[in-house]
Design a protein around this ligand. Sequence first.
Ligand code: F6R
Length: 239
Amino acid sequence: MQIHVYENAQQVGQAAAMLFAAQVIRKPDSVLGLATGSSPIGCYQQLISWHQDGALDFSQCVSYNLDEYVGLPEEHECSYHAFMQEQLFNGINMKETHVPNGNAADLQAECLRYDAAIQAAGGIDMQLLGIGRNGHIGFNEPSDHFVYGTQIVELTESTIQANRRFFESENDVPRKAISLGIGGIMNAKEVVLIAMGADKAQAIHDTVYGDVNPQVQASILRTHPHVTMLLDKAAASLL
Ligand code: F6R
């Protein structure tokens, strides 16, 4: 695991964008694993800017997002479908984009379909991850085990509180999500984890120094051969 610490969040976003840009230049038909939340926004803005300047072409790239809320219409402004359109897809020329369908009539079938689609696409070349305050990656919440495949998860109170800022009231925050499993994340050839802010410092500490432990789901990344962590000083403050 390589760890790079930057002065501020903006630099973390730029560094992440550099890795993704290099990936797309090296392999124009890359399969990119993408994340939502506040952490990737700076990275996405930089990718859009390079694309609009003509330096970066996504026309052969395919993307798969990590997760989506269950039961939130795709057109809802807080859905991850809507987030990705607004923060990235509308500004670039990705060949195909995929986000799990949290409104599928058969959610278990959707989980299987999503994993099979990623596999059929050749697997994820580079996966972007944020991290929850409780160490979650995707929406794989603290647990006594790691789940391999895409799954339906009950969000923890800590995640509901963290995501509440995007919704009008706490009651509006969905309680369930569909998330790529730990196997799906670990199968990515390369992982780029970004974290900014002091409220991520404990999760980063436990990921880097603690045991590999499903109570801190990100700790499994220690066993992945190609992980780069990009942190601002605040997120790295307990290292
Ligand atoms: C988002 C995701 C989550 C977030 C994490 C951090 O697709 O899977 O694991 O990366 O909750 O969220 P932010 O970046 O909003 O702090």
